[in-house]
Design a protein around this ligand. Structure first.
Ligand code: PLP
Length: 221
């Protein structure tokens, strides 16, 4: 299906950058985003965008987290983002593209199953707060590229609530498990965060026909 969609999109070369001049593709995008929103249990008010792949979706998500914290043009070298060593390399690259120095990224310890350790995350945040830093976001992975590990989303949500952090769930590899009744429990918690985003991707068997999605929802919305 994605290969066919790619052929049609390339063949018709539709402009989809704005509703006013691309109403049909915008309607398709809104419909697809609505399907995904309902599948993962995001609120009706959630927004999103279709992108070229999981890397782009992660960048948009982290940009959104920063805009919500600081406004459109804001940056602060005290902002700090937390992820594990098993997070996809596109997260570190995306942060660099957004102007984050490597020192603004923290590596959270993983357990034997290669999942983020909530206690280690809490300790890092406490140390950063004590040092005057500004914790911004936690990047959890629902299905790491190397082992398929799913970070403990409900436990991370509790930490996010307490410290008022943004959670980005990189579900590029694992979020599609919501489509499989027997596997859905493995990614429980994709929608649990008060302010959060989810990125995922589809692939038609080759990277040439992949696409990405970023969904985001705000607290209280
Ligand atoms: C967990 C994870 N995040 C992000 C990506 C990047 O996705 P893309 O190659 O579509 O940019 C991948 C790709 O394999 C991935 O496995």
């Amino acid at each position: 299906v994605s290969a066919l969609g790619d052929a049609l999109a390339s063949g018709f070369n539709v402009f989809a950058g704005h509703t006013l001049v691309g109403a049909a593709p915008a309607a398709v995008e809104a419909t697809v985003l609505g399907w995904l929103r309902d599948l993962v249990g995001f609120p009706q008010s959630a927004s999103g965008i279709l992108l070229s792949g999981g890397s782009a979706a992660g960048i948009v998500a982290l940009h959104t987290a920063r805009v919500v914290a600081l406004g459109r043009a804001g940056h602060d070298t005290a902002l700090t983002v937390y992820a594990t060593s098993d997070a996809h390399s596109s997260i570190a690259k995306g942060l660099r593209l957004l102007g984050f120095a490597d020192e603004q990224r923290r590596m959270v310890t993983v357990d034997l199953g290669r999942c983020m350790q909530p206690d280690a995350l809490r300790a890092l945040i406490d140390a950063d707060l004590a040092a005057g830093r500004r914790p911004l976001a936690v990047v959890a992975t629902a299905g790491t590229t190397s082992t398929g590990a799913v970070d403990p989303l409900p436990a991370l949500r509790d930490i996010g609530d307490r410290y008022r952090l943004w959670l980005h769930v990189d579900g590029a590899y694992g979020a599609a498990a919501v489509l499989v009744p027997d596997a859905r429990a493995a990614v429980a918690g994709l929608h649990l965060w008060p302010t959060h985003s989810l990125s995922t991707r589809t692939s038609g068997g080759s990277n040439r026909t992949r696409s990405g999605v970023c969904l985001y929802a705000m607290a209280g919305a």
